[in-house]
Design a protein around this ligand. Structure first.
Ligand SMILES: C[S@@+](CC[C@H](N)C(=O)[O-])C[C@H]1O[C@@H](n2cnc3c(N)ncnc32)[C@H](O)[C@@H]1O
Length: 230
């Protein structure tokens, strides 16, 4: 299949997968997450960090969209959910809609975004620094700041928009700040596997890599997670 005939989701959108989605797609338990400081990059509009903090975890989320006002961020999140819903609607063999035409993930993502926005608004008012605006491949943290970094639905997902050099630099940067990095999924938005995965693993000196089979939460075909350990 050529790239043009594949169904790619389009410009990078701000999605809002849930804490439960993260546990499943990254093959993590709550106790894994409570073991040490966690980085979520990109955090998007996920309630992952808010939920983990409410369970006693320490977590920082990074996303370039965190320098937007709450109003502008809310508009971008809603526009992203509309974009992905319309894209999913073109692929009924891949995604489920109910009898009213509502995509099964839409209300779930909406609830996650609401919890994220409440937490983000509180964080902005209190200046607690749980949400940091930054862009891979440059993170504003010292070496080894985190026990674990989770990175979902940016690398590999948008391989049509980010080249190999970006992917390598981004993974190296995540490994600089965290001793373990989990990346999911290992395909682009059309479900095509990332072509340069072997090359990427070969270029990561001194890093051990495992590919786990996991339960994909948006699309069952998205069932692989890469675990990198320094
Ligand atoms: C599809 S969302 C994923 C959010 C969340 N991990 C999830 O699964 O719901 C992709 C996010 O990547 C962010 N992003 C775009 N370019 C980035 C970059 N260079 N570094 C970090 N995040 C970036 C976008 O702002 C967007 O929120």
């Amino acid at each position: 299949m050529t790239q043009d005939s594949r169904s790619l989701v389009g410009p990078v959108l701000i999605s809002s997968r849930t804490f439960g989605n993260y546990l499943s797609q990254f093959a993590l338990t709550e106790s894994d997450l409570l073991a040490g400081p966690v980085l979520d990059c990109p955090g998007g509009a996920s309630d992952f960090a808010a939920e983990l903090r409410s369970r006693g975890g320490r977590v920082v989320s990074v996303d370039p969209s965190y320098d937007l006002s709450v109003t502008a961020l809310t508009e971008r999140i809603d526009a992203g959910r509309a974009q992905v819903t319309e894209w999913a609607r073109t692929q009924p063999e891949r995604f489920s809609f109910d009898e009213n035409g509502v995509w099964e993930h839409s209300p779930v993502w909406e609830g996650s975004a609401r919890r994220f926005l409440a937490d983000f608004t509180r964080d902005s008012a209190e200046g607690t620094g749980h949400y940091r605006a930054a862009l891979l491949p440059n993170l504003p943290f010292a070496d080894n700041s985190f026990a674990l970094a989770v990175s979902g639905f940016l690398l590999f997902t948008y391989a049509d928009q980010f080249d190999y050099a970006f992917h390598l630099a981004a993974v190296r940067e995540l490994l600089r700040v965290a001793s373990e990095v989990r990346l999911h999924p290992l395909n682009d938005s059309s479900a095509a596997p990332y072509q340069d995965l072997d090359r990427l693993l070969g270029d990561l000196d001194g890093v051990s890599a495992r590919v786990l089979t996991v339960r994909g939460t948006t699309d069952p075909q998205e069932n692989r997670t890469l675990v990198l350990t320094r």
